[in-house]
Design a protein around this ligand. Structure first.
Ligand code: ARG
Length: 390
């Protein structure tokens, strides 16, 4: 009995993988695993229905809390951002792959499989985790490179049907929704309003703003308007309220790992709100030196996540640095949500590096600054004077 465990989303590609793994690759038993990282209930139900019908054994792993606690919270601390993308799909892939691999090892399977094509980043992220084991790795979509038409015909022949025609390739979890493909492949074509599901168009957003008070403890958001919230609930709430105000849409060109540019459309209200808030409170409590250095760390952290290289020892080292800096990132950020914009309007912290002694309202010993000024830019001044007179 040859056994394979497949990372299964319920979509067309991964569904077609199930009969392919039997017919083309000769596996007797296909175990389909869906990892719940906060995709919509309807998608999970669809995956379950189709997975149970097609596979020999279907499993769902609820990883929502783990995703938020161990992945999203770290991303917030690291101000996760790759070229303006909040890394929603990227950060979820290693977690999904790890759960799928764990099932494969428990079941003593011969192989692990995913449904990624050979074009995108996701294949690299799954592969990177799968290759940490000695199991055979199978990527039918990449290996067989069926055209969309061939794939649809094969699906129909195997009783794999979809009620609605999937116009775009959508990847969704609690942190972000990504919309790719079809007419969006053309960078010049603006996305139709129907592409968006989490966010209201700014023109239809309410006039009245909402003011939020977001509480942070050690870099992690813990409350909204003084009400404690667990991570999953907090992010869901912010997605709802931010989405209502049309916050968190991104339409961008992205440099993929393989080096080519792709047009990407995303929506992510909670991510926009929390990343804005977190960056702001860091500016209140971290020193200038810490901020400058952390910018580089955050950037490298985000690149490793984008590339799916979270098993690189550097990632753990960067996390240790990031966690150390977050010890003082505690306090509150006040935000105003209105018409597509989440704007910080205030912040406070017991660790604020702000001294009233230098504020505009205090007379103070201003003349002592003159000594500093004498030497400030001494070399620059000398150089400027010489080139002017020579
Ligand atoms: N470009 C993004 C990334 O590389 C999103 C990918 C979305 N994946 C998908 N299968 N629709 O992380």
């Amino acid at each position: 009995m040859k056994k394979v465990v497949l990372a299964y989303s319920g979509g067309l590609d991964t569904s077609v993988c199930i009969p392919l793994l039997r017919e083309h690759y000769g596996y007797d038993e296909v175990i389909a695993v869906t990892v719940d990282v906060g995709q919509p209930e309807a998608d999970l139900n669809e995956a379950k229905g189709r997975g149970e019908k097609l596979s020999n054994s279907y499993r769902e792993v609820d990883a929502k809390e783990e995703f938020v606690r161990d992945y999203i919270f770290q991303l917030i601390k690291a101000n996760g951002n790759y070229e303006g993308y909040v890394l929603g799909t990227a950060i979820a892939r290693p977690l999904i792959a790890r759960h799928v691999l764990a099932v494969a090892e428990r079941e003593c399977a011969d192989a692990v499989a995913h449904g990624c094509t050979g074009k995108g980043n996701d294949q690299l992220r799954f592969d990177a985790v799968f290759r940490t084991s000695n199991l055979r790795l199978i990527a039918p979509m990449r290996e067989l490179a069926l055209t969309r038409e061939e794939e649809k015909r094969y699906a129909a022949d195997h009783g794999i049907t979809f009620e609605t025609d999937k116009r775009w390739s959508v990847d969704e979890n609690i942190w972000s929704r990504s919309i790719e493909g079809s007419e969006l492949e053309d960078p010049a074509v603006s996305p139709p309003e129907t592409a968006f599901q989490w966010t209201t168009a700014v023109d239809n957003a309410p006039d009245t703003p909402d003011i939020l008070k977001i509480g942070f403890e050690r870099g992690v958001p813990v409350s909204i308007n003084d009400e404690a919230r667990d991570g999953v609930a907090l992010i869901k709430d912010l997605n709802a309220i931010g989405g209502k105000h049309g916050i968190g849409r991104t339409d961008m060109m992205e440099d993929r790992v393989l080096g080519y540019k792709a047009r990407e459309v995303y929506e992510h209200p909670a991510a926009t709100i929390l990343l804005e808030a977190h960056r702001d409170i860091e500016r209140l409590v971290l020193t200038r030196n810490e901020l400058r250095f952390k910018e580089m760390v955050d950037r490298t952290w985000s690149e490793l996540v984008y590339q799916g290289l979270v098993m690189d020892p550097l990632f753990e080292a960067l996390n240790a640095f990031i966690d150390k800096t977050q010890e003082r990132v505690t306090g509150y950020v006040y935000m105003r949500l209105n018409r597509g914009v989440a704007r910080v309007i205030g912040r406070e912290s017991p660790y604020a590096l702000y001294s009233k002694e230098v504020s505009f309202d205090v007379k103070g010993e201003q003349s002592i600054a003159e000594g500093y000024s004498m030497y400030h830019g001494f070399q620059s001044r000398l150089a400027a004077m010489k080139t002017r007179t020579l």
